[in-house]
Design a protein around this ligand. Structure first.
Ligand SMILES: [Zn+2]
Length: 304
């Protein structure tokens, strides 16, 4: 038994001191460092920051998958890794291939099933006749924006919720609580905000990022990336909604009304249009910054 453990120990030492293994880790680290640098130095470019975070997420999954496959290979094929001439390079190649396959499969499964799970949780109903005007508005806007058909549905809840769910069937869910507190043009800007999430595939990515950060609970990077992705995507959807409807001030007013209500329950954090929290671990940008940007956009559009 002890010689078996010794062999694994030798395999691990040979593996983790090999230039090839260290190069994979160094390249991964350098890519993440570069993306982080560009991210930090582009504070106002929401579109770029969203892409950078997506890249960082993928690299972070790959890194952990690579480490996990490396340890499994070293344990399973300890003798080969420790003593065979080509043992270490073979194991590194195996770990890179295994890491990539694991990254792809985890992503595909979460992408495919994450959205359906969210819909089940909120159990929405079809819109009634007096609510159908919102679907008509959404149809008009999504056709103009080149977004495939979107199904608006209502959640029977007093909480003020608005969320977009992507995937094969695109849904925007609004709650009775939301309809009862917002004016018509405020509701339109909120619906436009959710449609913009669908246009940029944020809806899929938000669910993807949320589920993934739970699977990768031990990954310190995902604790930072998951909320950061949400924050950047909120800024972007706010801006695009303001531009598409021409009423950024109405969205600002809607956000203020939502903030004055009780915070949504934890189940809808990070999914609905607004929620609590500040700082690097919050899924929402600071409310005053969102309002500030929307009012600036409003001033700009008024000058045009
Ligand atoms: Zn949003």
């Amino acid at each position: 038994m002890s010689s078996f453990l010794e062999t694994i120990g030798e395999a691990l030492i040979a593996y983790w001191s090999s230039p090839l293994t260290l190069s994979v880790v160094a390249v991964c680290g350098a890519c993440m460092g570069t993306l982080l640098y560009v991210f930090v130095t582009n504070a106002r470019n929401a579109k770029l920051r969203v892409s950078l975070l997506t890249g960082l997420y993928a690299l972070s999954i790959f890194f952990w998958a690579f480490v996990a496959v490396s340890f499994s290979l070293c344990a399973a094929e300890a003798r080969m890794v420790a003593y065979a001439h080509n043992g270490v390079p073979m194991a590194v190649l195996g770990a890179v291939a295994g890491g990539s396959i694991a990254t792809g499969s985890i992503s595909a499964i979460v992408w495919r099933y994450g959205n359906a799970a969210v819909i089940r949780r909120f159990a929405p109903r079809e819109l009634h006749d007096d609510e159908r005007w919102l679907q008509q508005f959404a149809d008009l806007l999504r056709e103009f924006e080149g977004i495939p058909p979107v199904h608006l549905r209502l959640v029977e809840s007093d909480e003020a919720l608005a969320l977009a769910i992507g995937g094969k069937e695109r849904n925007v869910l609004v709650s009775r609580g939301l309809l009862s507190i917002l004016e018509k043009d405020e509701l339109e800007t909120v619906a436009a905000h959710e449609l913009m999430h669908l246009k940029h595939h944020d809806a899929e990515f938000k669910v993807f990022s949320r589920v993934l950060s739970r699977i990768l609970f031990f990954d310190p990077f995902s604790k930072f990336f998951d909320p950061a992705v949400h924050r950047e995507r909120e800024y972007l959807a706010d801006e695009m909604s303001g531009r598409a409807t021409g009423k950024p001030a109405a969205l600002a007013s809607a956000l203020l009304k939502l903030a004055a209500r009780n915070a949504p329950t934890k189940a809808s954090w990070g999914l609905s249009i607004s929620g609590p929290g500040h700082g690097v671990f919050s899924r929402y940008p600071p409310l005053d910054e969102r309002i500030h940007r929307l009012l600036l956009l409003s001033d700009l559009l008024a000058r045009g």
